[in-house]
Design a protein. Sequence first.
Length: 182
Amino acid sequence: MPKAVATEFFAEPTLDVAPRLIGMVIEANGVSGRIVEVEAYTNDAASHAFRRTARSAIMFDTYGHVYVYFIYGTNYCLNFTTECHHVGAVLIRAVEPLSGISLMQERRGLENVRLLCNGPGKLCKAFGIDLAFTGSAVGDEIRLYHGRAKAIATGPRIGITKAMDLPWRFWEEGNLFVSRKR
DNA sequence: TACTGGATTCACT
DNA sequence: GTGAATCCAGTAA
């Protein structure tokens, strides 16, 4: 049996938690997948963590909880809150489908497995995740397990926002490269 | 109360 | 490569 991730895992600094999420297995609503791309959000003007509001308060008050927000009128984005006594969250940007693929295909209306979860909005749709999941503890409705196999779908990728510099910086396979926001 | 913009996606050219 | 879709949260008045 895979080992479930403890809530205390998320109490660490966001920038430490984010890379360790790569390769872990997320399970919800009868489907599962391996995390291959994440983005860390700390107290940064480009993120919801910059200003405390009713929506973002969960990032200030909790760690190891689910934060889902709705974007562009069409998509949901899945975050896990981090850091004890400090604001932070990690956005799950892409996963590699592992089980329940037919269910994902049905939810997405798409056959190509590589395209099922290769984006934050896409994976939420494939996993059936929406705003109702916000506030639940990781391990409750959405479960997270330590994975072993190396991610292969899009390649492991970690992003960290830093609004005062360039919007996004990505590290891939040990090499730094920069991706400007559109 | 009304207005504005967004951590995206997808169809179309 | 470009632009529309679409609706919620935040902000201003």
